[in-house]
Design a protein around this ligand. Structure first.
Ligand SMILES: Nc1ncnc2c1ncn2[C@@H]1O[C@H](COP(=O)(O)OP(=O)(O)OP(=O)(O)O)[C@@H](O)[C@H]1O
Length: 118
């Protein structure tokens, strides 16, 4: 297989990962809704270029956390299907990082949007 064909195939795997995330993970669907709301609000309120940069970076951080959390959940389930306290801890910490990232994203959204509204 040529170098280009390999890159295209790898890209296809990544797209399949995004599809899996969006179709199978309910939290990812909530993130998608929040992403669409934030992008629409940014457009309607005409936020500055700097605010767009921060907003997009913040959204990307949440997707990064959710994607890694989902990947880790699958890895845990495949590696140790039975109940194990360390698997529980690993999943809890990964889910906690999504919660923290999403929480800061809400704060960031408030800091960006509220000055345009009030
Ligand atoms: N194999 C396991 N051993 C110990 N505890 C586990 C195990 N699997 C899950 N848990 C506990 O159950 C919680 C929920 O795990 P689960 O894999 O169902 O994820 P979830 O929070 O339901 O996420 P999602 O909604 O994305 O599936 C974990 O955070 C962990 O505390």
């Amino acid at each position: 297989m040529s170098w280009l064909a390999q890159r295209i195939e790898s890209f296809g795997h990544a797209i399949r990962g995004v599809r899996t995330l969006l179709l199978e993970e309910h939290h990812a669907q909530l993130h998608l809704l929040a992403t669409l709301i934030a992008l629409t609000a940014g457009g309607l309120l005409g936020i500055s270029r700097a605010d767009w940069q921060v907003l997009i970076l913040t959204i990307a951080m949440v997707w990064l956390a959710e994607g890694l959390n989902t990947a880790l959940e699958h890895l845990c389930d495949a590696a140790v299907p039975e109940h194990h306290s360390l698997i529980g801890k690993a999943k809890d910490v990964a889910a906690g990082s999504v919660l923290i990232t999403a929480g800061f994203a809400v704060v960031m959204g408030a800091l960006i949007f509220l000055p345009y509204i009030f």
